[in-house]
Ligand binder design. Sequence first.
Ligand SMILES: Nc1ncnc2c1ncn2[C@@H]1O[C@H](COP(=O)(O)OP(=O)(O)OP(=O)(O)O)[C@@H](O)[C@H]1O
Ligand SMILES: [Mg+2]
Length: 258
Amino acid sequence: MGEGMMEPLLEVRNLTVNFDGFKALDGMNLRLMPSSVRVLIGPNGAGKSTLCDAIIGRVRATSGSVIFQGKEITALPEYEIVRRGICRKFQTPGVLENLTVGENLALSARRHRECWRSFGWSLSGEARMRAEETLELIGLQEKRNQLAGELSHGQKQWLEIGMVVASDADLLLLDEPAAGMSHGESTQTAELIRRLSLRHSFLVIDHDMTFVAQLDAPVSVMHMGRMLTEGTLEEVRKDPQVAAVYLGRIKEVTDACA
Ligand SMILES: Nc1ncnc2c1ncn2[C@@H]1O[C@H](COP(=O)(O)OP(=O)(O)OP(=O)(O)O)[C@@H](O)[C@H]1O
Ligand SMILES: [Mg+2]
């Protein structure tokens, strides 16, 4: 099947979100394909975080629609959207610090919630296998029995990405996942996202153009609640419209591509 015939995983159509008369989203459009990475950039206040909130059902759209796996999800409650396979990860890690790395992963294996209920905290064989597989993916095998609270900031972020992956989400919305990370950690985070994108799709918001370049993925630029332009980082960098909205910040984009 040709690329053009593939059905998008997510489609945002003409989405508008109105906060007391202010349009944080104003006719936003976006299409994401399965097993892909998309970067979303744009100046402060462009509406990037609001877009994620609207996709996951945390803020309500005034008009327009969100279609996920061919089904309208616009008016669904957040828990139902999460159940269907979208997950939003915040900048602050949401790991349970008093549980071990392995326990955190096992807990998030979505398919086995029923098992937890019937067997208390003990793990089913399949959930254990899943947790083990994810540990390997995020490179924390050696830390399996360590308390999550003892991990470094970067490791906590990877654990949280791993938890989302273990939950079997199809689409991960990552809002500034590399914020507060060292250069080495953000390089590893970009690699992790690229590796995981063989099985999951990612919408990644970030201001750090070095990190964005490392993701090596198509870039969408938002401005004033709508899509300004899309393309490779190189194409976007050359776009005079992008230069205009970023003003001083365009230097970062240029530097990252130099
Ligand atoms: N709950 C809210 N009520 C009113 N206005 C809001 C609310 N949430 C966001 N806004 C406004 O909507 C606009 C878009 O905000 P949003 O947080 O989506 O921008 P962003 O692109 O994520 O910016 P940043 O890069 O700084 O994170 C901003 O002007 C913001 O002040
Ligand atoms: Mg934001």
